[in-house]
Structure formats: C-alpha cells, structure tokens
Write a protein that binds this ligand. Structure first.
Ligand SMILES: Cc1cc2nc3c(=O)[nH]c(=O)nc-3n(C[C@H](O)[C@H](O)[C@H](O)COP(=O)(O)OP(=O)(O)OC[C@H]3O[C@@H](n4cnc5c(N)ncnc54)[C@H](O)[C@@H]3O)c2cc1C
Ligand code: FES
Length: 282
C-alpha cells in the first residue's frame, strides 16, 4: 500500500498537531448494513490506521454517471487498527459523494486524507461515561466506547433511531462492554422526556460522570442542559459541510459560546470534537 504526500501540519490556534497522510487505500469490502448505511473496510496501513476516536478522514468519492463529487467528503473513523492496517467507515448513502463511495468494490482503491481533527478526550477523573447518539453520530461514538474500555472506564450507550431497522452499532458497543439502551421513534421511547429521564437515572446511579454526543441537535441540547445542571464533563462531535478538511478554506466555521462570548471556530481544525458547554444549536 502506497502512502503519499506525507506532510507535517503546523498546529493553529487550538488546532491539531499531527502528521496527516493522503493514503491510497484498497477496498477490502463495502457492504450494506441496512437499507441506508454501508460499511466500507479499507486496507490503509501506516498513519491512517493510527486514527483515534473522534478523528476523521476526507475521502475521495468516485465519479459515477451524473454524480461528480468535486470535493472529498468527511467521514468519522468507525474503526482503525494499526495491527491490521485497516480503517473502517460507516456511512449513510445520502448524495453524490456517498453514492460514489457506495459504488466501490473489493479490490478497488480510493484516497483518504487523515487522520484529521481533534478527537475525544477522557479526563482522568471520568470513570463512567454515557454516549448518546443517533444516525451517523453512532459511527463517531463507537470507537469512543472502545477507548473508554481500554482505559477501564464504564460505558452506557443510548442508541436512538427511527425504528428497529435503523438501529446501528449496538454490537460494537456491546463488544466494548457497554450497557446499551435503545430508544426509538416508532414506540415513542426516543422522546426527549424519556431520554432525559434515562440520563438523570444514570447520573443518580453514579454511571454518568462524562456525557458524549453526536448526530442530533436536540440530543446535544438536552445533554448540554443536563451537563450544566449536574456538573458533568461533556463533549460533542460536530458535523459541518467541509472542503479542505485542513483548516485552510474556512468553509466549516460554526459559532460557539466561550465564556459568554460568541466565537467562530473551524469544525475541521478546532474540532470536530468540542466542549459540550461551548456548542450552539444548528
Ligand atoms: C467530521 C465529520 C464526520 C462525518 N462522519 C460521517 C460518518 O461517519 N458517516 C456518514 O455517513 N456521514 C458522516 N459525515 C457526514 C458526511 O460527510 C455527509 O453525509 C456527506 O458529506 C454527504 O455527502 P454526499 O455527497 O453523499 O451528499 P450531498 O449531496 O453533499 O448532501 C446530501 C445531503 O446531506 C447534507 N450534508 C452534506 N454534507 C453534510 C455534512 N457534513 N453534515 C451534515 N449534512 C451534510 C446536504 O446538505 C444534503 O442535504 C461526517 C461529517 C463530518 C463533518
Ligand atoms: S474544511 Fe476547510 S477550513 Fe474546515
């Protein structure tokens, strides 16, 4: 496997300091996991396989018919294993880029730029965490459960979905030793009042001294409110449309609230993981 364009990236204000590689990765498999999502497994040894939980890659998506994705598309690392040299992405087939990605077959190649961005942190005094996600957000949170397990931190995963067919990543969370609570739109259990009750119960049971979320504005706002009220450490992985992924084009800027002031930050460079207390609604 060829690794090219290896470059040192100088850290910016709050940005990441890391080596980034543009790796030509070989497709091992690219299979549907349900009607909307595919899992692509890539052979991408070297720097790419050292990606940490919450980091992402900017992925080249092939041109297929009328679909001509000019920019690469950002995807969270679903799995990265330096021993096998494999990197995995769980993605929703949504538009031109991901339709192109979905067309890749075993033996084909694509280029992945990364690992990019600032990943999740687990402070030493956080001994039990709750991860709360929905949709593609669950792809971002799954590696965090494994990072927590490796550090002896207990995990509860609250998996939100439209219905049973859209449930994602539950096996990954369970394999990481996480207790899983599934909440669904189809039976009403995903209602904010119920999710809030679950979070309050977990906190009262001493199972929540860290809150982590991704994939839903409403769930982020709920966790943010409770984290402030219960004085719980929290982080959120944000999404934003991107172009360069490297902090240069400023197309991924979002507003954050830092010590009462509105501050603009680049999601690709200062994040995508941010303090939960700083996030603003999207
Ligand atoms: C850091 C990061 C990590 C991500 N990780 C994953 C992941 O693990 N799995 C996954 O499926 N998706 C992930 N995404 C979202 C993914 O990048 C977009 O779904 C993808 O770019 C859509 O490309 P497309 O060409 O298929 O769709 P497009 O035709 O570009 O867009 C289809 C629809 O999706 C919306 N959209 C496009 N890009 C984004 C975006 N970045 N955020 C929110 N909405 C968007 C568009 O407005 C449009 O409505 C991530 C995004 C970021 C920023
Ligand atoms: S995508 Fe270019 S600065 Fe973030």
């Amino acid at each position: 496997m060829r690794q090219i364009d290896n470059a040192d990236v100088t850290p910016g204000s709050g940005g990441f300091a890391a080596q980034v590689a543009d790796t030509v990765a070989r497709v091992v498999s690219n299979d549907w996991v349900n009607a909307e999502y595919k899992l692509i497994v890539l052979d991408a040894p070297g720097l790419a396989a050292s990606a940490e939980a919450g980091q992402f890659f900017n992925i080249e998506c092939p041109v297929v018919g009328e679909d001509k994705p000019f920019f690469r598309r950002p995807m969270s690392t679903y799995a990265a294993d330096p021993e096998t040299g494999r990197v995995e992405f769980l993605y929703k087939v949504a538009g031109a880029g991901t339709r192109g990605l979905a067309s890749l077959i075993s033996g084909g190649t694509t280029r992945i730029l990364g690992p990019l961005g600032v990943g999740f942190t687990l402070p030493d005094d956080v001994r039990s965490i709750v991860v709360l996600g929905r949709g593609v957000g669950l792809a971002t949170l799954a590696p965090l459960a494994e990072m927590a397990r490796d550090r002896g931190v207990a995990v509860t995963a609250i998996v939100s979905a439209r219905g049973p067919e859209q449930i994602l990543s539950v096996e990954r969370f369970r394999a990481a030793g996480a207790k899983v609570e599934i909440v669904l739109d189809s039976d009403g259990t995903s209602a904010m009042t119920n999710v809030e009750a679950i979070l309050r119960r977990l906190h009262a049971e001493g199972r929540a001294d860290g809150f982590y979320t991704c994939g839903s504005n409403r769930l982020m706002l709920l966790m943010q409110k409770l984290a402030a009220e219960l004085d719980v450490f929290g982080e959120v992985a944000m999404e934003q449309q991107m172009a360069c992924g490297l902090g240069m084009c400023f197309c991924c800027v979002r507003n954050f609230t830092v010590e009462g002031e509105t501050i603009s930050k680049r999601v690709c460079w200062d994040g995508p993981v941010f303090a939960l207390s700083e996030a603003t609604s999207w």
